[in-house]
Every structure is written in C-alpha cells, then in structure tokens.
Design a protein around this ligand. Structure first.
Ligand SMILES: Cc1cc2nc3c(=O)[nH]c(=O)nc-3n(C[C@H](O)[C@H](O)[C@H](O)COP(=O)(O)O)c2cc1C
Length: 222
C-alpha cells in the first residue's frame, strides 16, 4: 500500500490530478471489507443497483456514482491481487443491466445519471518487459467497454523494484507521473511521451534477470 512500488507512481499522479484542480479520494481495497460477489444478480434483476453485501463497498458505490474518473492502481499479480479482483467483480451494481450489442460484443453501460467518463490504470510489475501488463490493461479496457466509458490510458512501471537504485531516473519518472495527472485534468488525455518516460527501462533485461537469479540463489543459501 503506502510503501509499495505501485504507490510510488500513484502518489505523484494523484498530486498532479490535485494540482490541476481535481478533488481526489484514495481508498485501499486491502483495508476495506469487500466480500466476493456471489453472482446471484439481485443487483441487476431484483433490486436494481442494490448489492446484497452490506460491507465497505456500499460507501464506495456512493463515491463512485459521484466520480468523474476512476483510477485503478494495482501491482501485476498474474494478473491481479485478490482484493482488486473482488472490487472489480463488485462493480456490477453501478452498471445498468441493459445489454447492448456494440462492435460485435454484448456490452453493458452505466446509467445516464452516472458521471464516470474515464478509467485510468496505474500499475507496477517486477519483471523487465512491458508485456507483463498486457492482461491487466485488457481487464481495465474491458471495464471501460462494459461501462461505455473511455479507457484513458495507463501509467506502467515495469521492474519497479529497481526504482530505488536509480534515484535520478526515479525523480524523472515521478515528475512524469505528476505531469500525467495534470495533463489528464487539463487536456482530457495523457500524452504518449509522458507515459513513455514512466515506463522507460532502468536496466538491461539480462542484467535484471541475472540480479534476480542471484537474489534467488542467495536466499537458497540462507
Ligand atoms: C503473487 C505475485 C504475482 C506476481 N506476478 C507478477 C507477474 O506476473 N509479472 C511481473 O512482472 N511481476 C509480478 N509480480 C511482482 C509484482 O508485480 C511487483 O513486485 C510489484 O511492483 C509489486 O507492487 P507493490 O509493491 O505495489 O505491491 C508478482 C508478485 C506477486 C506477489
């Protein structure tokens, strides 16, 4: 959470959003009581928009119905930590149970009263390649498609564990995360150039693999 790699990118991004005039509400899924969805569809077909679980998700529904932008911040955990998956599954009550056929797929949408117009992803991963984010990006793209909102892009930090070893590069990356927040509020989009700075390689792929193998061997010797 606060001390994690994902937060290293999320914190300056949220600062940027606030600097550009947004009001920001930050919640950590792990600190909340969010029961798993049991899939009985009461929120769609019995009491529309009302989830049977009276847990911490109820206050999030209120917040999300008033929000313009939802930022999902998560590490890559092949593909998601359980708490984040529970949160995503529990989004059903804010989605309207009117299924439409759009661009060859069955899709839902948000009610007309909902304000959310964009989803953003902030994510960090351990391994070198940017492709480690593909599944998580796809998940957030699908959420945007099923809420008829826009996927506004992703702040991705591969081999995030290396940030501490490259303080100058890290500062450049945090500044770009701040800039992405400002851009999103001021221009409605985040520039490719800014997002690329956040994802830049810090070390050669082979060097990282060797260091990770060495760390594993050291742990075995303990
Ligand atoms: C269960 C688990 C699965 C993970 N799977 C991947 C993975 O598939 N690819 C990857 O690059 N990193 C993977 N990681 C590494 C984390 O994504 C990485 O350490 C991340 O920066 C942690 O972020 P945090 O400090 O915010 O929790 C995994 C870590 C754990 C604990």
């Amino acid at each position: 959470m606060e001390k994690g790699n994902t937060n290293k990118i999320l914190t300056p991004f949220l600062e940027g959003l606030k600097n550009a005039g947004a009001s920001v509400d930050l919640v950590y899924a792990r600190r909340l009581k969010i029961n798993p969805c049991i899939g009985d569809f009461q929120c769609w077909f019995e009491k529309i928009g009302d989830c049977i679980h009276k847990d911490d998700m109820q206050s999030l529904y209120t917040k999300m119905r008033e929000a313009d932008i939802i930022v999902l911040a998560t590490p890559v955990y092949i593909p998601l930590p359980g708490e984040m998956q529970n949160f995503i599954n529990r989004l059903c009550p804010i989605v309207e149970p009117i299924l439409e056929f759009r661009e060859g797929r069955t899709r839902a949408r948000l009610p007309k009263t909902a304000k959310i117009s964009k989803f953003v992803l902030v994510s960090s991963s351990g391994w070198w390649e940017i492709d480690n984010f593909n599944t998580v990006i796809r998940i957030v793209e699908e959420i945007a498609l099923n809420t008829s909102t826009e996927f506004a892009g992703a702040l991705l930090r591969p081999h995030a564990g290396q940030l501490g070893k490259f303080p100058e590069k890290a500062e450049e990356i945090f500044a770009a995360a701040r800039a992405a927040g400002i851009e999103l509020i001021s221009n409605g989009i985040m520039s490719e150039k800014t997002l690329k700075i956040i994802s830049q390689p810090l070390i050669k792929e082979e060097e990282l693999r060797n260091a990770q193998t060495q760390a594993h061997l050291n742990a075995k010797e303990k």
